[in-house]
Design a protein around this ligand. Structure first.
Ligand code: SAM
Ligand code: SF4
Ligand code: FES
Length: 339
């Protein structure tokens, strides 16, 4: 698809088969079935630290947010939680950019989780030097998730003042060269983001030939500079619909990348994840974080699953998958790119 066609589809217009939203969603669902099948992959997420050295304007974990009570899970605790998750095929280790954990610490955590569970490991711990990515890959990490957040360099600089678009791209390139399955993606509804920028995001997903693509609505956090950017029910509905269109278009354009129905989508609409899975998504990521830490991993407000534990969430996502007539994947859910 051309940029112009993508923009038309984002607006619910255009003749590229995609005039009414329902047609776009049906085309994306058919593409998901053709390129990924009916299986939905479950990835359990452990949010192991909410300390962060960065100051991204959009995120509740930013270092300037003095109101947030910070926590770190110990290496033993992280391994115990991962090992206690039963047969979850993928464990995602996510945190703020927290230099408290040395490469040696992370190496040991990864090695122990791998040995005890055999699960695939995805890291989502931000920007690091190439040598560190290499060491963590050698320790056994299989995948890495680092969203580019927006493909517009100026918007990136405004929203992520202590990083740069070029540095983010350098990290993604290093991760690819080091042999990770690479995930990236974007937030939808950022202040200053036009449909043209979103179309650029979708084309960048294709250009990077991503194995996984994370697309989530931006939800303003009250203790960040972007707190007043988009509130209210009408905004939430608009945001949800735009988010679903971006998922649908990402599926059509990239074909077989793994795309989750994100927790953020489930936060702005109680049925958001079901809707995502019906318009292109094929992954769901229940929360494995111990309950006592969940409310502290406050990237955005009113996150779902704060009062549940992992077995509640696992049962919930399994029911959700079956209710859509889909099957729960049993394999590790590796990249479909090399198949
Ligand atoms: N620190 C790592 C990083 O930034 O790559 C990983 C953790 S970070 C919390 C994970 C993702 O949260 C980011 O890539 C961003 O897209 C998302 N995020 C942050 N603030 C958000 C917000 N207010 N609404 C929705 N998503 C948000
Ligand atoms: Fe830190 Fe990631 Fe939040 Fe930015 S998005 S403040 S890097 S946790
Ligand atoms: Fe946590 Fe539904 S996924 S309760």
């Amino acid at each position: 698809m051309t940029k112009r066609e993508i923009i038309e589809c984002l607006r619910g217009r255009g003749k590229a088969c995609l005039a009414p939203t329902d047609d776009l969603f049906a085309a994306a669902d058919a593409a998901r079935k053709k390129y990924c099948g009916d299986e939905v992959h479950i990835r359990g997420v452990i949010e192991f630290s909410n300390y962060c050295r960065r100051d991204c304007l959009y995120c509740g974990l930013r270092r300037s947010n003095a109101k947030l009570k910070r926590y770190r899970m110990s290496p033993d605790e992280i391994v115990r939680v991962a090992a206690g998750a039963g047969s979850v095929p993928t464990v995602v280790l996510q945190s703020g950019e927290d230099e408290h954990y040395t490469i040696r610490d992370l190496d040991r955590i990864i090695t122990r989780i791998k040995k005890q569970t055999g699960a695939a490991i995805t890291l989502s711990i931000g920007e690091r030097p190439a040598l560190e990515y290499k060491a963590l890959r050698q320790a056994g990490a299989d995948r890495y998730l680092l969203k580019f957040e927006t493909s517009d360099k100026e918007l990136f600089k405004r929203l992520k003042p202590d990083s740069s678009y070029e540095e983010r791209m350098r990290c993604l390139e290093d991760l690819r060269k080091t042999g990770y399955q690479v995930g990236s993606g974007t937030m939808v509804g950022l202040p200053g983001q036009s449909d043209g920028i979103l179309a650029g995001d979708i084309l960048l997903m294709k250009k990077l030939d991503l194995d996984m693509i994370g697309i989530g609505p931006f939800i303003p956090h009250p203790d960040t500079p972007l707190k007043n950017m988009g509130v209210g029910v009408r905004h939430a509905v608009h945001l949800r619909d735009k988010g679903l269109r971006v998922i649908a278009l990402a599926r059509i354009v990239t074909r077989n990348a793994h795309i989750p129905a994100t927790t953020a989508l489930g936060t702005i609409d109680p049925n958001g994840r079901q809707k995502g899975l019906r318009c292109g998504a094929n992954v769901i990521m229940p929360n494995l974080t111990p309950q006592k830490y969940r409310k502290l991993y406050a990237i955005y407000p009113d996150k779902i699953c704060i009062n549940e534990n992992f077995s509640d969430c696992r049962g919930c996502v399994e029911r959700l998958i079956r209710s859509l007539g889909r099957t729960i994947a049993t394999g590790r859910g590796n990249s479909l790119k090399s198949l």
